[in-house]
Design a protein around this ligand. Structure first.
Ligand code: FMN
Ligand code: SF4
Ligand code: FES
Length: 671
């Protein structure tokens, strides 16, 4: 592959316009504009262009949305505008799943075949997609024009236009006008088999269909964007929160759902919105942090780290400026809680992040939201814009003298971007590769400055703490797990959806609230905490769901996933999906994770096909070795937890046990 400036194919007008929609017009020949005589005598603008490097992802999104892929000409132009080396920019563009570096149709359909969808018939949908639209990944727009790495190593091959324009639907090899591909979890696990459509063109759109079927997909890709938007709004109109339509007394974080219009700041304020910011301003930064300490709030993003410790470390750090970031990347398979909060209560997140900025002494906040959440993103953007226009963000927030603003940044399809240091890299316009810790973000985070990063649910807890007081919050739940927790119920339950309970509720109670195991079948196991979590058996039903309670049985609450599996579920197939997920999502920086995730996948495949190397026992020993090396020698949580689910499945006898062994019969189907 030969990546260099001045690619054979220049950026088209559409591509240049897409880039300019983010960066504005080029100021000189030095940043990709027309060269003037003066440009030959003086160089300028390099420093400011490099200062905008963090806009690389927004620019790539703009080109992807307009044209449907990132062509060499477009990349070349972006590199000139931001003074980024082409190999560097290509490394970024090719890292993220929602960017394409080869020609594609205007419609790209991502079909979720992850855990909950697999339980709900995702394979059937994938087979139908294949029958109707051809093989996965096929149906590229069919032109060789401008593809990376021509036969002579140059970015060669041209079409008249230089790139394949989006909207040339029907011209591809499968004649369908769309490309489809399997996708990891789309955060719609409560609704059944899900799909997301990326539609490129002059009026680009993303729409999520859940549950998705072939007719909907065909209709959505062939009709107008307005149709797609309508479908999306309809899906969001009925959030699956059974408690919100019945007895609401348990609701704290979900208290405004179905009560407040998520598109209206007035409605939010009428329900007490922005009273907590007022309270925070009068308490002062250390007053807010004291409340969090009294509340004993632990982060809800997975690591359960004390929030007050993080905020205090940032606020007392003498380096300036400080940043605050909301981690809304939510990509753990089985998790959808943050999506529901953002879709249904976006102003609450904006208010909570403003309070965080105030307490941490930051002037700028970011909400990093995964690219698969178009509705949540648009509602948040609207909330931010409205808050700014009403003086709740900007140079003088609530006339308090505090200056603070928020930018909503879209991710581009990478689970690892949820790891906090990878997320920081992604906002900086780089590949989402985790950094070594220390230094922790509170010491050196975004742009090398002190940065506090929290999960969406954690931030909503902050509002509740300020509402009722830290000490009162600490009375809810248990001594070491205070407050309430959101549980994402999916899989084989009668009423999947989002449930809120005080810490200490039992797994049995949560599953019963969701109507119990579907069709009255026996419970086989529950996957707690998502793909990075652990399987527990029916004997764990009375374990209290607290950080310490699940830790005592070697499990984790993780991001609140409760994936219920009945006796008909093909557990070895689920484990192989988990293994494929980690293989795909490993960023590849460290060997134990990069190699271990591949070896795990191969091993589980051999067990499922009943062709072990040696005996099944030897394979399980090898799995144990892979798990310990990955746990001990990976630099981030992805590698450290990539084999946890498989190990817990072995210890429960879900795979590799005596009798039918690890094959399909092991799930009890044929028993
Ligand atoms: C592979 C990986 C993915 C992660 N994904 C997320 C995520 O999507 N959302 C999140 O809030 N935290 C995620 N985390 C945890 C973050 O690194 C970090 O701990 C969290 O954002 C801190 O917020 P909290 O203290 O409020 O929990 C992930 C961690 C790892 C290792
Ligand atoms: S553990 Fe895996 S995902 Fe994490 S940094 Fe290493 S290779 Fe990347
Ligand atoms: S949306 Fe398919 S598993 Fe979550």
């Amino acid at each position: 592959m030969d990546l260099r400036l001045n690619a054979a194919v220049a950026a088209t007008e559409d591509e240049q316009a897409a880039v300019a929609s983010v960066l504005g017009p080029a100021g000189s020949g030095w940043e990709g504009g027309l060269r003037t005589a003066a440009d030959g005598h003086v160089a300028f603008g390099g420093h400011s262009a490099r200062g905008r490097r963090h806009l690389l992802l927004p620019v790539l999104h703009a080109v992807q949305e307009r044209v449907g892929w990132i062509s060499p000409g477009a990349l070349d132009h972006i590199c000139a505008r931001l003074t980024v080396p082409p190999a560097d920019a290509y490394g970024v563009a090719s890292f993220y799943a929602l960017f394409r570096t080869s020609p594609a149709h205007a419609n790209i359909v991502h079909v979720c075949d992850d855990l909950a969808c697999q339980v709900n018939g995702a394979e059937r949908l994938c087979e139908e997609m294949e029958r109707r639209f051809g093989p996965e990944g096929g149906g590229g727009a069919g032109a060789a024009g401008g593809e990376y790495g021509g036969a002579n190593g140059a970015a060669g091959g041209t079409t008249a236009a230089g790139t394949v324009a989006a909207g040339q639907a029907g011209g591809g090899s499968n004649g369908s006008g769309l490309t489809w591909q399997r996708s990891p979890c789309l955060g719609q696990c409560d609704r059944g088999s899900a799909a997301m459509i990326q539609q490129a063109g002059p009026a680009p759109a993303r729409v999520v269909l859940a549950p998705a079927d072939l007719d909907q997909i065909r209709a959505a890709t062939s009709r107008s964007v307005a149709f797609m938007q309508a479908g999306q709004d309809a899906a969001a109109a009925a959030p699956l929160i059974p408690q919100a339509v019945g007895d609401r007394s348990a609701l704290r974080l979900l208290r405004r759902v179905n009560q407040v219009d998520p598109g209206s700041l007035d409605s939010y304020r009428a329900a007490g919105g922005y009273e907590m910011l007022r309270r925070a301003v009068s308490a002062g930064p250390m007053g807010v942090i004291r409340e969090l300490k009294d509340a004993k709030l632990l982060g809800r993003g997975g690591a359960a780290f004390p929030t007050a410790v993080k905020w205090e470390a940032v606020t007392t750090n003498p380096a300036r400026p400080h940043y605050v970031v909301c981690n809304a990347d939510e990509s753990e398979p089985g998790t959808f809680k943050d999506r529901v909060l953002m879709e249904q209560d976006p102003y609450a997140l904006v208010e909570a992040l403003t309070i965080m900025g105030f307490a941490c002494g930051a002037g700028q906040g970011y909400i990093y939201i995964r690219g698969e959440y178009p509705l949540a993103e648009s509602r948040l953007q609207r909330a931010v814009d409205q808050a700014r226009s009403r003086g709740l963000l900007g140079a003088d927030v609530m006339s308090s003298g505090f200056a603070f603003d928020i930018e909503v940044r879209r991710g581009a399809g990478a689970y690892i971007a949820g790891e906090e240091t990878a997320l920081v890299n992604s906002i900086e316009g780089k590949r989402a590769e985790p950094r070594n810790k220390p230094p922790f973000p509170a010491q050196s985070g975004l742009f090398g400055k002190p940065t506090a990063i929290n999960n969406v649910e954690t931030l909503l807890c902050v509002l509740e703490i300020l509402r009722i007081g830290g000490s009162a919050f600490a009375q809810i739940g248990t001594k070491d797990s205070t407050g309430t927790r959101l549980f994402c119920l999916s899989g084989c339950v009668e009423r999947p959806g989002l449930y809120e309970y005080e810490f200490g509720v039992s797994l049995r109670e949560v599953i019963q609230a969701a109507g119990g195991v579907r069709d009255g079948r026996p419970l086989r196991a529950v996957l707690l905490g998502g793909a990075a979590g652990t399987f527990v058996g029916p004997d764990a039903l009375d374990v209290p769901l607290t950080f310490e309670g699940v830790r005592a049985i070697g499990a984790t609450l993780g991001s609140g996933v409760v994936l219920v599996l009945d006796d008909a579920v093909d557990v070895p197939a689920l484990l192989q999906r988990i293994a494929r997920f980690f293989r795909d999502e490993s960023c590849g920086q460290c060997v134990p994770c990069r190699v271990g995730t591949v070896r795990q996948e191969e091993l589980l495949g051999r067990l499922a096909r009943r062709v072990p190397f040696g005996s099944a026992r030897q394979e399980l020993d090898l799995l144990g070795d892979i798990a310990s090396v990955a746990r001990d020698a990976s630099i981030c949580g992805l590698g450290q937890t990539a084999v946890s689910a498989a190990i817990s499945a072995v210890s429960l006898g879900l795979i590799g046990g005596p009798g039918p062994g690890a094959g399909p019969g092991a799930n009890g189907k044929e028993a």
